[in-house]
Ligand binder design. Structure first.
Ligand code: FAD
Length: 329
């Protein structure tokens, strides 16, 4: 186990009524009643204890790139994850949850460690990526994760979880299903490679993403998960239209939204991206309510016209007044 736990730190600073929109890629949402920053494990524990003492839910903010916050904000404690240490040992890297994923991938390229190149360009933190099992182009975090350290919000105990205990699935994990587990760090196992080749592969992935011109929009990436489709006629239609086989019976949500004729559909300032229909974007002044109404419209039309139920990939925060005591998103 890494010695991150041995660091002592200052006590936390608790701020009140802190606007959360600037901490998200959507740039949407109201303020948090309380806001703290966890720059050490000790500060993370203090923040969780503070929430417990106040009888309020908490929420971890990573890079905020997969998060829709309500216009009313969050009546709880938003904890900004800033554990940012990285330890390298041979072909293994222990990265704390607040490390920027892209920065980490650049570092692996410098070290000539291969395995994460296809994930290059996914914004956000290591913790957020582990929780959502982020992935792209056939790779995902689960492929390289050897062990996860998580802090249990109630017991404040540090748990060391093997991949089998993390329940990784497509854009899913135990950490997503059990919000009392806060990802603290991940041990990533990579393969030795040639630094030049690793860098080239990483840059090719970034170029491929940039060619889609989606990285600069105010969005949270894919709004919906790619659903498993059982209708053989719809699968045939997709494969004929796209000239590719569908993987594990999943059809891209963007294709389905497109088939339902929703590209460029708007609700106020929220819009279905004309370049990628699974990206719902804030065109500048969208409210969370408009984004939710647009998402509902998309779900309804895809269900009614294609018989497929879409599920959100984006996490939401502050949408009910009755959040369970625990993590609020
Ligand atoms: C332009 C763009 C492109 C994208 N492309 C992709 C892509 O190709 N593939 C992909 O998978 N995703 C993609 N995404 C979505 C997003 O980048 C990923 O889901 C990312 O891993 C989220 O990390 P984050 O740190 O920003 O999480 P946040 O948005 O900060 O948080 C998301 C959820 O995770 C929780 N969380 C965050 N950190 C922790 C932690 N340490 N412990 C426990 N819970 C935590 C939060 O409370 C929240 O519920 C894209 C997003 C954008 C804006």
């Amino acid at each position: 186990m890494p010695d991150f736990d041995n660091k002592t730190s200052d006590s936390i600073v608790v701020r009140q009524d802190v606007p959360l929109a600037p901490f998200t890629s959507f740039r949407i949402g109201g303020a948090a009643r309380f806001f703290t920053t966890a720059g050490s494990l000790d500060q993370l524990r203090q923040s969780l204890l503070f929430a417990r003492r106040e009888g309020l839910p908490f929420c971890i903010l990573g890079g905020g790139t997969n998060l829709l916050i309500s216009d009313q904000g969050f009546d709880g404690v938003a904890i900004r994850m800033q554990l940012e240490e990285v330890q390298v040992s041979g072909n293994r890297i222990e990265a704390q949850a607040g490390v920027d994923l892209m920065e980490l991938i650049r570092r692996t390229a410098e070290l000539g460690l291969s395995g994460m190149e296809s994930l290059a360009g996914i914004p956000g933190s290591v913790g957020g990526a582990v929780r959502g099992n982020a992935g792209a182009y056939g790779s995902c975090m689960a492929d390289v994760t050897e062990r996860v350290l998580a802090l249990h919000a109630q017991s404040l105990e540090l748990l060391s979880l093997e991949p089998g205990e993390c329940a990784f699935q497509y854009r899913d994990s135990r950490f997503k299903r059990d919000p009392s587990l806060v990802v603290v760090s991940a041990l990533l196992s990579l393969s030795p490679g040639d630094p030049g080749e690793v860098r080239q592969k990483m840059e090719a992935t970034v170029a491929r993403r940039e060619a889609r011109q989606l990285q600069c929009d105010l969005s949270a990436g894919s709004f919906f998960m790619n659903p498993v489709v059982t209708d053989p006629e719809l699968i045939r239609r997709f494969e004929t239209d796209q000239g590719v086989r569908c993987r594990e019976c999943r059809i891209p949500a963007g294709w389905l939204i497109d088939q339902a004729g929703l590209r460029s559909t708007r609700v106020g300032g929220a819009m279905v991206n004309p370049r990628h229909a699974n990206y719902l974007v804030n065109t500048g002044d969208a409210s969370a309510e408009e984004m939710v109404r647009l998402a509902s419209l998309v779900k309804r039309r895809v269900r009614d016209e294609l018989g497929v139920v879409l599920r959100e990939e984006v996490s939401s925060l502050g949408f009910t007044s009755e959040s369970p005591r625990g993590q609020g998103c």
